[in-house]
Design a binder for this molecule. Structure first.
Ligand code: PLP
Length: 371
């Protein structure tokens, strides 16, 4: 299908992703590597396109959440190191080795398992890379203090493993004034003192903006690569990556009091014009955006009125000149005059959820893809 015929067009700017990568790498300086986090299909944008774009921009290390994501990515980027954040589950060992994938070891049990595999294997140590993840304040994944202390007292448990990084993850990096940032940095420093030979990695996107103390030897940005604001308290330094436009399917002229949509949650009192756009919650335009979000018809800011349906939204385009709101006209739903972080704010969520919810019914256009 052509863009002209599509009812909604999702444009993903791979050149902007590359520019964002380079901006972050520049900010990190020469001694800190910038990795790329492409979990959840590169935050919904398509890891098969984003992976090669990041690689071309200089990215040599990738992070995904799951083994299956890593296996898919490996078929697209044969060379780079790929780390699996969710760790190593028993039974996955051979697949890790076969595709030269590296687990992020999240517990002492995982260290023991990967160590046994490494020591009993005949393949080169190259295939037994890993990152050691210590918990400094998330209480989620990673070795808690007692476990990393046990490992430090008997490092032979990791013999055979090609440990590449000591890593941890920040809980509050998007709130620069939050005391947890400093606490985690201190906890991490203690752990670095115990494993001094390991290069270290602490920061996600927002962590990069907390200052050089948080840079270490590698940073692991995700959302900032995709244009989300890593500094929510100030202007977004990243280039815009995602733009979603919907095509007006129908315009309803209303001249007497009437309600709009399911639940009759919006009431039109006077003469009004309602434009219906074929994008709904099944496409990741979250249902909670009903009666809250805004779109742009031409240069006119128009409210989403009534509930978001599965396949449709309704916009109040009263007063908008008809060339901007007739059937077939495109309206901006995400990006351009409607920053993704604004959409997230209207939905009481974060840009991560908006991006990873983007549906698969859109006509997707990749700008400057070399893939
Ligand atoms: C998702 C994730 C990242 C990337 O986080 P962003 O906030 O998107 O930059 C980095 N590290 C870990 C452990 C993660 O789970």
């Amino acid at each position: 299908m052509s863009s002209e015929a599509a009812s909604a067009i999702l444009t993903i700017d791979l050149e902007a992703i590359a520019a964002n990568y380079q901006l972050l790498q520049k900010r990190l300086g020469d001694v800190t590597e910038c990795a790329g986090v492409v979990k959840a299909d590169a935050y919904g944008l398509g890891a098969d396109k984003v992976g090669p774009a990041l690689q071309a921009a200089g990215c040599k290390t990738f992070f995904v959440a799951q083994l299956s994501e890593a296996v898919s990515l490996r078929s697209i980027v044969p060379e780079p190191d790929i780390f699996v954040l969710n760790g190593l589950m028993p039974g996955q060992e051979t697949e890790f080795i076969h595709h030269r994938l590296f687990p992020v070891l999240n517990s002492l049990a995982q260290v023991d398992l990967w160590g046994q595999v490494a020591r009993s294997s005949t393949t080169s140590t190259q295939h037994h890379g890993a990152a050691l993840h210590v918990d400094t304040g998330m209480s989620r994944l990673g070795l808690p203090r007692d476990e990393w202390q046990t490992l430090a007292a008997d490092t032979s448990r990791a013999d055979g493993i090609d440990l590449r990084y000591l890593m941890s993850h920040l809980a509050c990096a998007d709130s620069p004034g939050h005391p947890t940032n400093g606490e985690q940095l201190r906890n991490f420093a203690q752990c670095q003192g115990v494993f001094p030979a390991l290069p270290a990695s602490l920061s996600n996107s927002s962590g990069i903006f907390l200052g050089t103390d948080f840079h270490h030897q590698m940073a692991r940005p995700g959302i900032a690569l995709y244009g989300g604001n890593p500094t929510p308290d100030s202007a977004n330094p990243m280039a815009e990556v995602v733009r979603l436009k919907g095509r007006i399917a129908q315009v309803r002229e209303i001249d007497s009091p009437m309600t709009v949509g399911y639940g009759a949650t919006h009431r039109v009192t006077g003469p009004a014009k309602i434009a219906t756009v074929p994008v709904g919650y099944a496409d990741g335009y979250l249902r909670c955006l009903g009666n809250r979000a805004f779109a742009y018809a031409g240069r006119h800011r128009v409210p989403v009125v009534g509930r978001v349906s599965m396949d449709l939204i309704t916009l109040d385009v009263t007063g908008v000149p008809s060339q901007d709101c007739q059937p077939g006209a495109l309206v901006d739903l995400i990006g351009g005059p409607v920053p993704v972080d604004d959409v997230a704010g209207w939905a009481d969520t974060i840009s991560y959820e908006i991006l990873t919810s983007l549906g698969n019914r859109y006509h997707r256009v990749y700008i400057n893809g070399n893939a």
